[in-house]
Design a protein around this ligand. Structure first.
Ligand code: SF4
Length: 207
């Protein structure tokens, strides 16, 4: 009977098959494994990923938009790897993407990751003409962005162009999305900007 299996299932079965072959060959060389499995050199440590939560997402580093799986436990990232079901990268990651967990935590010593202190988690604001960054809260940032978008749109909105053609647009605002945006986020951003009359919008992963 034909059974459909996903790419991830296939890799899983392949891994089990390979492990089975390796154990079989190991059993011939070390009879203690076959009789009781007590040979110290064959103690398999428990998988660190066993209880981890899997969250599929997109690499934020470049326009390729590779799929990654983030493994976490107690809200802390424990491991990251390429998503074998993702059509762009089929499970592979370049060295930069493979090290993306450093954006969140860094290795302090083997098996111990600590929060990356260099990660920016606050809103930083540099006022016009100033050389200093000020720390602001998110409520301030959202209302300030909304206020400035409205002011700019009101001042620049064109109902018709100079040939009398209806355009309903503002060319004074532009939007550039990052590669970490997925299709759904891009869809919503596109709708929001079109509703505002923004015509200069792009996305560097071009999803
Ligand atoms: S894994 Fe590498 S190639 Fe893929 S999106 Fe990230 S940085 Fe780009």
């Amino acid at each position: 009977m034909k059974k459909d299996i996903s790419r991830r299932d296939f890799l899983k079965y392949l891994g089990i098959g390979t492990a089975g072959t390796a154990l079989f060959e190991g059993a011939a060389a070390v009879p203690a494994i076959a009789s009781g499995g007590e040979h110290p050199s064959f103690k398999v440590p428990p998988s660190k990923l066993k209880r981890a939560k899997e969250t599929p997402t997109i690499c934020a580093y470049c326009g390729c938009g590779c799929g990654i799986i983030v493994y976490s436990e107690n809200n802390s990232i424990t491991h990251i790897e390429g998503d074998p079901d993702h059509p762009i990268n089929l499970g592979s990651l370049c060295p930069k993407g493979a090290g993306i967990s450093d954006a969140h935590t860094v290795v302090e010593k083997i098996d111990k990751r600590v929060p990356n202190k260099n990660r920016v988690t606050d809103v930083l604001y540099r006022a016009p003409g100033s050389s200093d960054w000020e720390v602001k809260d998110w409520d301030w940032a959202f209302s300030e962005i909304a206020k400035r978008v409205k002011k700019t749109r009101d001042a620049s909105f064109e109902l018709k162009d100079d040939k009398g053609v209806t355009v309903n647009r503002s060319e004074a605002i532009a939007h550039l999305g990052s590669a970490s945006l997925d299709n759904e986020e891009n869809y919503l951003l596109h709708k929001m900007h079109r509703a505002l009359g923004v015509v200069n919008l792009d996305h560097h992963a071009r999803l």
